[in-house]
Design a protein around this ligand. Structure first.
Ligand code: HEM
Length: 172
């Protein structure tokens, strides 16, 4: 009967798989984590502004939603670029399937954010009901899933984090 110590952990065996420390960082603080707050907050703000436009018919909210969709898309792309560089550069991040799941979710989200902005260019007010609002609901849902999954990468899989002490038996 093998004991816990006899079992091989493929991650523990491969030092490169453990190299998950963020490289796109300022003094060890990942830029991606700092940037994602913007698309998350702006996407939720767009949904709020669309609902307020529906409720009040005040053009101010449609205009606010129009600018917020642009900000959400722009900041989402910038955050996505930092995340993608991290994904491609850091072997331990690249080697984990969860990172690629997050990438696929994020790219779907970025396309929806782009579409939400695109439909509003030209006539931001006419675009809100019903198409803009429907895209905003979809964008908010995808943001929640992508953001939750990003947190899972960090808090469950320690992706982007530094090993302060090498795991036993894996010292270089
Ligand atoms: C487009 C490609 C993207 C890639 C390749 C990517 C990759 C990553 C990676 C590797 C991490 C782990 C932390 C790090 O190394 O910085 C992470 C964390 C995270 N990502 Fe992304 N990401 C992308 C886009 C997005 C977008 C658009 C969002 C917005 C919802 C997002 C939300 C998050 C969140 C909330 C975390 C956790 C941050 C923390 O708590 O430290 N990501 N992502």
């Amino acid at each position: 009967m093998p004991t816990q110590q006899d079992l091989n952990d493929p991650v523990d065996e491969n030092r490169a798989l453990q190299a998950t420390e963020s490289k796109i960082a300022i003094a060890g603080h990942p830029l991606h984590a700092m940037l994602v707050a913007f698309p998350i907050a702006l996407t939720m703000s767009v949904l709020g502004a669309d609902l307020l436009y529906w409720w009040t018919a005040d053009a101010f909210w449609a205009r606010a939603a129009g600018w917020a969709t642009f900000g959400a898309f722009l900041m989402g792309v910038i955050a996505g670029i930092t995340g993608t560089i991290e994904l491609l550069m850091v072997q331990g991040i690249r080697n984990r399937s969860a990172s690629w799941t997050h990438f696929i979710l994020a790219v779907m989200l970025l396309s929806v954010l782009g579409a939400n902005w695109g439909v509003r260019v030209g006539d931001y007010e006419a675009a809100v009901l019903p198409l803009g609002l429907l895209i905003s609901v979809l964008a908010a849902g995808l943001t929640a899933v992508t953001g939750w999954h990003g947190g899972k990468l960090v808090f469950d899989y320690q992706i982007g984090t530094k090993l302060s002490h090498p795991r036993p038996g894996t010292e270089p």
